[in-house]
Design a protein around this ligand. Structure first.
Ligand code: ACO
Length: 324
């Protein structure tokens, strides 16, 4: 038994912040950002109308429509976010309310920073494999713009806002195969403390109390070492060849990380789709948003073999082998 992805949805805020716009905020340039990250622009939420709890509902509605299901049949919702506008209730119950899902549906959120959606996906798969759920909505939504330090040019250039969702349906097939790894002792290179005031109110002279703290160089070294290694280990553990893989769907953090991974795996870069150029790093929303884009433009078709791999704060990282 496995959970097949039968529907995908995404939401990107209307407002675009280009690299040139950023050059007016911190000392940087389009050339530097493009060369070091591959990012040309990112979307920034309207903090009144595009909060994670609002964006996630838009992505969920699209995923449910794409799946062609009645939301009343969903029996589990699992969401991921590290930058949610609400501590509780969860994003999952927000979706539950908006889609008018039945009370027989379980709802909870997981937090694992950028790999959060993959953690939610693996949790959903475990519910399906154990026979405890048949139709699951897996969501990721982030408003990173509330938490980046807009005075730190080493990090604010990287992030963007957005939401993505997938609907998984139980069906016969090869079970979800994955590896998840963590290094708590390396947590200091990427963290964000909690705060009582999540929203920055710069125009009122108020500075948000908290922001992302990141040692970019360390995170970069971690990613280009551990991501190729976990993908190779996954292939060895489950006895498949990387040559069989149609697409390597990696967390969109930096185009150079993705290129370095392709090189280390000796795989053509064409098999590593990217949308980071215009989304930036949307943390837990990045993978479902990319899958949705690939389905919409016809790149993703049934039967393709995919590696999904993510990495981020914790430090945590993972790799999944799925047949779409
Ligand atoms: N514009 C211009 N110059 C800059 C900028 C900028 N935006 N940012 C840094 N610089 C300067 C630095 O000050 C430094 O100058 P110096 O040599 O005079 O000291 C120089 O550029 C090189 O800085 P590095 O930090 O070494 O630059 P690097 O090539 O490592 O690129 C970057 C920095 C883009 C942040 C890279 O390290 C990176 O992408 N790391 C991974 C970060 C990441 O993906 N984080 C998210 C993980 S997922 C999650 O869970 C959140």
């Amino acid at each position: 038994m496995t959970g097949k992805i039968i529907g995908l949805g995404s939401y990107l805020p209307d407002k675009i912040l280009t690299n040139d716009d950023l050059a007016g905020i911190v000392e940087t340039s389009d050339e530097w950002i493009t060369e070091r990250t591959g990012i040309k622009q990112r979307h920034i939420s309207d903090h009144n109308t595009e909060r994670p709890s609002q964006m996630v509902v838009k992505a969920a509605l699209e995923a449910v429509a794409d799946a062609g299901i009645d939301p009343k049949d969903i029996d589990l919702i699992v969401s991921a976010s590290t930058t949610s506008d609400v501590l509780f209730p969860t994003l999952s119950t927000t979706i539950h309310k908006a889609l008018d899902v039945s009370e027989d549906c379980g709802c909870f959120d997981v937090n694992s920073a950028c790999p959060g959606w993959v953690a939610a996906f693996n949790t959903a798969q475990s519910f399906i494999e154990s026979g405890n759920a048949k139709l699951v909505l897996v969501a990721g939504a982030e408003c990173t713009s509330n938490y980046v330090d807009w005075e730190d040019r080493g990090s604010c250039i990287l992030f963007g806002d957005g939401a993505g969702c997938a609907v998984l349906q139980a069906c016969e097939g090869k079970k979800n195969e994955f590896l998840m790894r963590s290094s708590g002792k390396r947590s200091g290179c990427l963290f964000c403390e909690n705060a009582r005031q999540p929203y920055r109110k710069d125009e009122e002279g108020f500075e948000g109390l908290t922001h992302f703290n990141m040692n970019g160089r360390e995170v970069f070294k971690f990613a280009v070492t551990e991501v190729p290694a976990i993908i190779k280990d996954l292939a060895a553990r489950y006895n498949f060849s990387l040559d069989e893989i149609d697409y390597f769907i990696l967390h969109q953090a930096n185009a150079r990380i993705i290129e370095a991974t392709a090189k280390k795996l000796k795989m053509p870069i064409e098999r590593f789709p990217m949308n980071i150029q215009y989304t930036g790093n949307t943390s837990s929303a990045s993978i479902p948003m990319l899958l949705k884009e690939m389905k919409s433009d016809g790149r993703l078709v049934r039967g393709q073999k995919l590696i999904i791999a993510s990495f981020g704060a914790g430090l945590t990282w993972d790799a999944n082998y799925i047949i779409y």
